[in-house]
Structures are given as C-alpha cells and as structure tokens.
Design a protein around this ligand. Structure first.
Ligand code: SF4
Length: 394
C-alpha cells in the first residue's frame, strides 16, 4: 500500500522521503541517498560528486570539473567504500524514525551493508546468466527482461556488446520463468522501477505471436511501460505497421535504433547493412502508432576520411524524420576496441582524437537542428544529447 504513496519525515536535520518505491534521504549539507525498498543503493550524491550504482555493483562517479561532466567507473575497492559510506549515512538518517507503515523497510535498510550489495550483484548475474551490458541513458532504473539473449546480427565491426553471447530466443515458458525469477530477485525493490527494458539487442524482431504473449505477460505482471533496442537491419523487414500498432497497444513506448550514421559508405565500414529508406519507414510507422524513437549515432565513425560525409549524411537523414519532443537523438562517442575489425579499419581511415570527436558531436548536433528547422519550418523538439556507453551500464 505504502509503495505508491508519499511519506515525508523530519528527523532532526534530515529529510526522509518515501515516494514511488524510493527512499530518499537528504541532510542539511545536501548529501542525498536514494535506495530501493530492499536497500539497494541507487544514487548517492555528496558534495560535487554523484555515484550511481549499477546492478552489478559497480559505481559510476559523475563530477563536474570546470563545467565539464567527467564520468568514470570506480574500481571495486573504491566502490566498497562508497557502499560503506552510503549505508553509514542511511543509518544516521533513519535512526529514530518510527512509522507503522514503513518501519519494516527502515529496519531492513538499517541492517544492510556493502556485503548485501555484493551478494545482490552475484544473484543478479545468476538470474540473467551473465552480465547485462547496457541500456540507453534515459533508462537508468528499468526492470530488464530478456525475451532474447544477445544480438541477432552480432557482426558490426565496432561493437563488442554481445560478442561472446550466442543469440537465442526464449520460448514463452522460458520467458515466463525468467520474469518470475526477475520479480523474485527485485523483491520490494521492484516498486522503484519505472519501466521494463526488453533485451537484449533486438527483441522486437521475434515472431509476433510470441512477442504478443510476452508483452501481455509483462503487462499483467508489472504494468509498466516497455522500451527496447531494435536493430534497423532486420526490424523493418519483419514487422508491419499492424505489428507495431499491436505492440504499441501492448505497452511499448519507445524503441532505440542504432543508426550510427546516415552515410552508406560509413555503414559499409561498420558492416551494418542498414537500408536507410527502410529505416525511415520503420521510424515513420512507429511514430504513427504512438511509439517514440531513440536514434543512436556515433561520433567518430568513419574517422578522418569520412568526417564530413558522416556529419552531413547523418544530419540529413535525421532531419528528414518526423521527430517530436517524445523522441531523442543520441550521439555516442565511438570506442575502438583492440581485436575488433574496426580497430584495423580505423588505422586506415584515421582515428579521431577525443577533441575531434567532441567537435564532431557539436557539428552533428548543430547541423541536425539547422537542417530540421529549414526543412520543417520549426525547431527540432527532440533533444540531441551525448550517449556515453560508460554511463549506460545497467
Ligand atoms: S551494433 Fe547493434 S546490431 Fe550491431 S552487433 Fe552491436 S548490438 Fe548487434
């Protein structure tokens, strides 16, 4: 009952607020700690630094230095200290609060410590049969559900997200069991989750009958909006407008497409055989059904040789789409991994420096906005923002 209601306590100089399944503690110095109702640390902010815990118990440290956002993943020893600090702060804050409705939750949190967080991360890996790599940056706290595992295509020359994973589709019984395990894992903490992310890389392409059953189950069990990556290689070939309309009615709110670039020649370097016309149709159809889109592009793709072409063709493609304020355009700095085919390609086309990538991000952003305005006669409402893979770890 209390999970959806708001409780505010004043405990000395501390504010304790329970809202939408999150316990938020704030002291007079501005330290803020958010925990789910099982006691998982979500966000801990102290001074000018914010720490976000991933489900695998890593901490992202986010700071602003000279007005610039700096993000890094902390090592396990530093992470342990953050966990200790967070629980010490929690105990100080909640000590003395008596409340019939949330007393049990506070008692539970008072007993927690970094050991609990590590055990929780170990359980997480067991439930998912391995790590869950990423979700888009606006999806920090979803319930991650795997209708599929891995990536159907899994060949893009730059991508290492699912390399070691064999692609498979869960049948309905497997998915049902998986959902039940995930619910059990989250416990009361599930009330802090704002949506369902249907993983891994391209679940929407599965057989429509199976997808319908999966989504109906998700709706019955969780009643949360659904989000998913789709690959724009296959999806437009296997999903009709009617299919998209059906999944929109079943709760799919946004799909995220890895477009990477609007240049056919750069797509060839990436070994990503996207049909741009088909991708445009997919986006138009999705928008017509009420599904919004997240379009992911790469800053640095095509290196120095294709710098100009990549910026122009990408801005041209995106600006031609019927985007609105519900959509989002991500520009993700390209990470080049040794041992992947793109590493060799980048030697040939000339790798961009960090500063050049940043410059390309700014150019992509301004040219997309400029072209959109000149084509449509009004400003692009969809935000164009950075998507750093580091910040997207689930
Ligand atoms: S970029 Fe997307 S489609 Fe390509 S291999 Fe990675 S997950 Fe699969």
């Amino acid at each position: 009952m209390f999970l959806s209601s708001t409780h505010l306590f004043l405990n000395g100089l501390v504010f304790a607020l329970v809202k939408d399944g999150v316990l938020r503690l704030t002291d007079y110095e501005g330290t803020v700690l958010s925990l789910d109702l099982e006691g998982r640390v979500l966000v801990y902010a102290k001074g000018n630094t914010t720490y976000r815990r991933t489900m695998q118990n890593h901490y992202l440290e986010i700071k602003y230095i000279d007005g610039r956002r700096k993000v890094r993943v902390l090592g396990s020893e530093s992470g342990l200290k953050i966990g200790e600090g967070a629980f010490e702060f929690a105990r100080t804050c909640i000590n003395g609060i008596k409340d019939e409705q949330i007393g049990k939750v506070l008692e539970r949190i008072a007993r927690r410590g970094p050991g609990f967080l590590q055990e929780d991360a170990d359980k997480f890996v067991k439930v998912y049969g391995g790590e869950v790599p990423i979700v888009p940056p606006d999806q920090y706290f979803p319930v991650y559900l795997q209708a599929t595992v891995g990536c159907y295509w899994n060949r893009c020359t730059f991508c290492n997200l699912y390399r070691g994973k064999k692609y498979s589709v869960k049948d309905f019984d497997e998915f049902k069991e998986h959902l039940s395990q995930v619910k059990k894992f989250f416990g009361e903490g599930i009330s802090a989750r704002r949506g369902v992310f249907l993983g891994d890389a391209n679940s929407i392409i599965i057989n429509q009958d199976l997808l319908r059953k999966d989504l109906e189950l998700v709706h019955d069990e969780l009643r949360l909006p659904v989000y998913s990556f789709v690959d724009s290689i296959t999806t437009q070939k296997v999903k009709t407008y009617e299919d998209l309309l059906e999944i929109s009615r079943l709760g799919v709110r946004r799909i995220y497409l890895g477009l990477e670039t609007g240049s056919v020649r750069v797509l060839e370097l990436l070994d990503k055989p996207i049909d741009l016309d088909g991708t445009r149709d997919l986006i138009i159809n999705a928008k017509k059904t009420g599904i919004s889109v997240g379009i992911i592009t790469l800053a640095g793709a095509g290196g120095k040789e294709y710098y100009k072409e990549h910026v122009e063709k990408t801005a041209e493609f995106i600006s031609g789409l019927p985007l609105d304020r519900n959509d989002i355009i991500y520009i993700s700095p390209l990470y080049i991994y040794q041992g992947l085919p793109y590493s060799g390609i980048s030697q040939k086309v000339g790798m961009l420096t960090g500063a050049e990538q940043e410059q390309q991000y700014l150019q992509l952003k301004s040219l997309t906005n400029e072209k959109f305005r000149s084509l449509h006669g009004y400003a692009l409402d969809a935000p164009v923002v950075i998507y750093d893979l580091i910040e997207s770890i689930y």
